[in-house]
Design a protein around this ligand. Structure first.
Ligand SMILES: N[C@@H](CCC(=O)N[C@@H](CS)C(=O)NCC(=O)O)C(=O)O
Length: 323
């Protein structure tokens, strides 16, 4: 058991952060959470880019080193933390190969292209209005993407040693935006996801009684990835395109089981206000309180001064006396 403190840099509504949050909770691994606001572009600040030049969450800090990428993090923690339940089956077993193969399959789904792309091309959802609770947040994010370039330019000017890192990030972001603004690309991403879900539906259909997870009776990393995928499609209001109304009964039954799972509830069923905005306010609380206190003091001083109860000359005299 590793005793060094583990810190997770994450954003609660982020798809990839949720994978690591789910994994850590499922394994009861203690960690210190460090909330990073991707909506305000905090991951593009120089201190963060030095930690992860891709400017993305999640990142972990462990034994003085940093590691990015949700799957790499889960594999690392699997090696570092021995206490059960392990989520990657033992090496050279067919279950391990299966868990890794399903992980790759789920990773091949371009989730951002689907969820943001559908906001630009709602007719591709074939179901009219989206009703997910993250819809407003995602609409806002889809619109605000592309407005980060001035931030990147400013940070680049302040930290010339990171010039190449920021140039690469600008390039990556413009390629990323272009993907979900192209209808054919969004349609291809949806088709790709439908194919992956067909395969997962078949796999779940072959499981025996009591084998509730993708690779059998025990949860694996493949289930962490599937749970977060299902949670995202549901919260984006497009679950009906993929499993609802009897379309894929095994996936639907899996989703119903997930909804009773405490880890899933804690990680995926977050309230956008309580889970996303409140932590931000809490984080900024010292500065909010500090600014409010200064403003309140100024207001009180101005009030008494205007009432004539504060005489500036007397104050100046008193200060000089005490000097
Ligand atoms: N492959 C990475 C992807 C991480 C990622 O795309 N994170 C998103 C949040 S869900 C992010 O930080 N986006 C901001 C950006 O790409 O600039 C992983 O698995 O962790």
């Amino acid at each position: 058991m590793a005793i060094e403190e583990l810190t997770l840099y994450y954003f609660p509504g982020s798809y990839y952060s949720q994978r690591v949050l789910f994994y850590l909770r499922a394994r009861s691994i203690p960690f210190k959470g460090r909330y990073v606001n991707i909506l305000l572009g905090e991951t593009y600040e120089p201190w963060y880019m030095r930690m992860n030049p891709k400017g993305q969450v999640p990142v972990i800090k462990h034994r003085g080193g940093y590691l990015a990428d949700s799957c790499a993090i889960m594999q690392y923690l699997e090696k570092e933390y021995d206490t059960p339940p392990k989520l990657l089956p033992a090496a050279s077993t067919p279950q391990r190969e299966e868990a890794l193969r399903f992980t790759d399959l789920i990773n091949s789904i371009k989730i951002e292209v689907i969820t943001y792309g559908i906001i630009s091309f709602p007719h591709l959802s074939q179901g009219g209005m989206l009703v997910g609770k993250f819809q407003k947040l995602m609409e806002w994010r889809a619109k605000s993407m592309g407005q980060y370039t001035p931030f990147l330019e400013r940070y680049k000017a302040k930290s010339p040693d990171l010039e190449d890192v920021y140039n690469q990030k600008e390039k990556d972001l413009s390629e990323f935006y272009a993907q979900f603004r192209d209808e054919a690309t969004v349609q291809r991403a949806i088709d790709g996801a439908q194919n992956v879900l067909d395969e997962l539906e078949d796999t779940l259909g072959k499981r025996k009684e009591g084998e509730c997870w993708l690779c059998g009776p025990d949860m694996t990393v493949a289930d962490v990835n599937l749970a977060i995928l299902i949670g995202r499609l549901d919260s984006a209001g497009i679950g009906y395109m993929f499993w609802k109304n009897g379309k894929r009964p095994n996936i639907e039954a899996y989703f119903h089981r997930l909804k009773k799972n405490d880890v899933y509830k804690a990680v995926c069923e977050i309230n956008p206000f309580l889970g996303i905005f409140l932590p931000l306010v809490k984080k900024k609380l010292p500065s909010i309180l500090g600014i409010s206190a200064v403003l309140a003091m100024i207001a009180v001083a101005v009030y008494f001064w205007r009432k004539g109860e504060i005489d500036l000359n007397t104050i100046v005299e008193k200060v000089q006396f005490w000097k």
